[in-house]
Ligand binder design. Structure first.
Ligand code: SF4
Length: 219
């Protein structure tokens, strides 16, 4: 399977879809977005990650910032915060640099490490793009979380890659139908950046009505 460039979906949307398909649909299909403290602090962290030269060499590591990536097979594109190329015998060559280098993507995130795979899937998507573009294999990468200011190692296991493929396939399917699923109220709604747009209470069984919709908006 291969996708045309016009059909590529944003890699950054994968974490939205994994968090809640309705959230992703509201943002990426209906183009609705609500900026809040959490999304703004996340953006600041990314700007900091991109601060400095776009390419930098530190000993046996070459650091590329804001590297654009895509996958024809998955139909996704985006930008990596940081890709470290680490010197290793099983790596690939880089124009103008001696030796062989293994890519190691690093994604910056606000907050703490999560139980779910939302962030890991996004990082894995970057790795799969790099593998396809550079004809190589990438075993692992890292998520840098703003609160503990620490890296979490992520192994790109076959299980995580299969989950990524299934997730992206569902996203393409939903996008081609321009379908926004109904709200399913849950714990995640409390930390959702677009809960005021979504109004998840309206999706509660037996509670959807015009009166309830008007009441929620007037509130
Ligand atoms: S409020 Fe809840 S149901 Fe609505 S988009 Fe956010 S997480 Fe999904």
């Amino acid at each position: 399977m291969s996708y045309e460039e016009d059909d590529y979906l944003f890699i950054s949307g994968i974490q939205h879809y994994a968090f809640c398909p309705r959230q992703w649909a509201l943002i990426h299909i209906e183009a609705q977005w609500n900026e809040n403290y959490l999304t703004t602090s996340g953006k600041i962290l990314h700007v900091k990650a991109h601060d400095g030269d776009s390419v930098e060499k530190r000993g046996d590591i070459i650091i590329f910032r804001a590297l654009k990536v895509c996958s024809v097979e998955l139909g996704i594109s985006g930008e990596c915060d940081i890709v470290e190329f680490r010197k290793a015998d099983n790596g690939i060559s880089i124009n103008g640099c001696d030796g062989l280098w293994v890519p190691y993507p690093v994604e910056y995130k606000r907050g703490k490490t999560k139980v779910d795979d939302c962030d890991r899937l996004q990082l894995c998507a970057q790795a799969v793009c790099l593998e396809e573009m550079l004809c190589t294999e990438i075993g692992s990468g890292a998520l840098f979380y703003g609160e503990p200011r620490r890296r979490e190692l992520v192994d790109f296991t076959p299980k995580l890659k299969t989950k990524l493929t299934d997730t992206v396939k569902s996203m393409h399917e939903m996008f081609s139908r321009k379908h926004t699923p109904n709200a399913e109220k849950g714990k995640r709604c409390q930390s959702c950046s677009i809960k005021e747009l979504c109004l998840p209470r309206l999706g509660e069984k037996g509670k959807a009505s015009v009166r309830r919709y008007m009441e929620a908006h007037l509130e």
